[in-house]
Design a protein around this ligand. Structure first.
Ligand SMILES: NC(=O)c1ccc[n+]([C@@H]2O[C@H](COP(=O)([O-])OP(=O)(O)OC[C@H]3O[C@@H](n4cnc5c(N)ncnc54)[C@H](O)[C@@H]3O)[C@@H](O)[C@H]2O)c1
Length: 330
C-alpha cells in the first residue's frame, strides 16, 4: 500500500508523512514547496514537486507509485488572508481538491483522507462543537473547506470513493524529537509567532481582540498537538482500508485555552517575557471555539494524548534550534 500525501512537505503534512512511515506505510509526497520544505519529507520517501492543480501529472504519479490511498493536505490555511484574497483560496483549496479527486478517480484510488478545518462551523453558538453543529463558515477559507468536503462527498456517492474529512482545531506543537515543526516564515499562527518574538526575531506579536466575552477578553481556541493530528490520519487511513464508514470528524482535545493563556505558557517554557500588543478583532475570527472529539474516538479509537503544556514545550524545542523548515530564521 502506497499512500499519496499532498502537502507532505508542509507543517501538518510532514508530521502525517512521518507517522505513516512509522506505521509501516510507503509514502509518496506531492508538494510544490510554496510553503513546505523538502527537508521535512521523511528520508527515503519520494517527493514529487508538483502543483495539485496539474491533474494529468497527479494521475500519472498515483499510477506510477501504485497509490491505494491519498491524504490530501495541500492547501492554504489563513482565514484572514482569505478575506482579502478569496480567489486564491478558492483556486487552491476548491479547484485543487477537485483536481485531486479527478486524479484519484482516473488512477483508481479508492480512499481519501482530507484536511478540513473547524472553520467550516464559523462562529459556533453552542459549545462544544460537534459534527452536527451548524455549518456556517464566516471566511472564504472556511467556505473553501466546506465546499471541498461537499465535493468529496459527491465523488464518494458517484464513484465509490471512501473518504474521511478531518476537521482540525488549531494545529500546534512540533515533533517530539524537535526534528520537524512549523515554519515561522509564512505562518500567522499564534505559537510560532510567539516563539519568534521570544527568540528576538520579531519585535512584538499583535493579539487580535481584547474585548471578547471570555474570562480574560481574548479569543479561546482548542489547540491540538500536531503529533496527535498525525496519528489520527494514520487511524483514518487504516479505518478506510478496513472498509470503515466515510464521514467527517472533529480532531480536537475538547479543551479551550485563551490567547493570553498561550502567551503565558510560552513565556514559562521560554523563560523570557514575550512582547505583545493588543489589536482590533480580525474579521472572520469567532470568539470561542472548542471541539467535542467524541466521534473520532468512537470511529477511529483516536483521542488526543497531549495538551497545551506539551504543545508549547515541543514547539519551543523546535524553534529554539534556530532553524525553521526551509532554512534560517527570517
Ligand atoms: N495548521 C492548522 O492549524 C490547520 C487547521 C485546519 C486545517 N488545516 C489545513 O491543513 C492543511 C495543511 O496545513 P499546514 O498547517 O500544514 O500548512 P502548510 O502551509 O505548512 O502546508 C501546506 C503544504 O501544501 C503545499 N501546497 C500548497 N498549495 C499547493 C498546491 N497547489 N500544490 C501542491 N502543494 C501545495 C505547501 O507547499 C505546503 O507544503 C491545509 O490544507 C490547511 O488548510 C491546517
Amino acid at each position: 500500500m502506497t499512500i499519496l500525501v499532498t502537502g507532505g512537505a508542509g507543517y501538518v503534512g510532514s508530521h502525517v508523512a512521518h507517522a505513516l512511515v512509522a506505521a509501516g506505510r510507503e509514502v509518496v509526497v506531492v508538494d510544490d514547496l510554496r510553503t513546505g520544505a523538502a527537508s521535512a519529507v521523511p528520508p527515503g520517501s519520494p517527493l514529487v514537486e508538483l502543483d495539485v492543480l496539474d491533474t494529468a501529472r497527479l494521475t500519472a504519479v498515483a499510477r506510477e507509485h501504485g497509490v491505494t490511498a491519498c491524504v490530501h493536505l495541500a492547501g492554504l490555511k489563513n482565514p484572514g488572508e482569505s478575506m482579502t484574497d478569496p480567489g486564491r483560496y478558492f483556486k487552491v483549496n476548491v479547484s485543487g481538491t477537485l483536481s485531486v479527486l479527478e486524479a484519484l478517480v482516473a488512477a483508481g484510488v479508492r480512499d481519501l483522507v482530507f484536511s478540513s478545518s473547524c472553520s467550516v462551523y464559523g462562529a459556533a453558538r453552542d459549545l462544544p462543537v460537534t459534527e452536527d453543529s451548524p455549518l456556517a463558515p464566516v471566511s472564504p477559507y472556511g467556505l473553501s473547506k466546506l465546499t471541498a468536503e461537499r465535493m468529496i462527498e459527491a465523488f464518494g456517492a458517484a464513484h465509490g470513493l471512501r473518504w474521511m474529512s478531518l476537521r482540525y482545531f488549531n494545529a500546534a506543537g512540533a515533533s517530539l524529537d524537535a526534528s520537524i515543526g512549523e515554519d515561522w516564515g509564512p505562518t500567522r499562527n499564534l505559537v510560532p509567532l510567539l516563539a519568534k518574538a521570544a527568540l528576538g526575531f520579531r519585535d512584538e506579536v499583535v493579539l487580535f481582540g481584547a474585548d471578547y466575552d471570555t474570562p480574560d477578553g481574548t479569543a479561546v481556541r482548542d489547540y491540538t498537538h500536531v503529533v496527535d493530528l498525525a496519528d489520527a490520519h494514520v487511524s483514518a487511513v487504516r479505518h478506510l482500508a478496513d472498509g470503515g464508514a466515510s464521514g467527517a470528524l472533529n480532531l480536537g482535545t475538547g479543551d479551550g485555552y485563551s490567547v493570553l493563556a498561550v502567551v503565558k505558557g510560552l513565556e514559562e517554557v521560554a523563560g523570557v517575557p514575550v512582547p505583545v500588543r493588543f489589536g482590533e478583532r480580525r474579521a472572520g475570527d469567532p470568539p470561542v471555539v472548542w471541539s467535542d472529539p467524541a466521534r473520532a474516538e468512537q470511529l477511529l479509537g483516536w483521542r488526543a494524548r497531549f495538551g497545551l503544556p506539551e504543545i508549547l514545550a515541543t514547539a519551543w524545542a523546535w524553534h529554539a534550534r534556530g532553524v525553521t523548515s526551509p532554512g534560517s530564521p527570517s
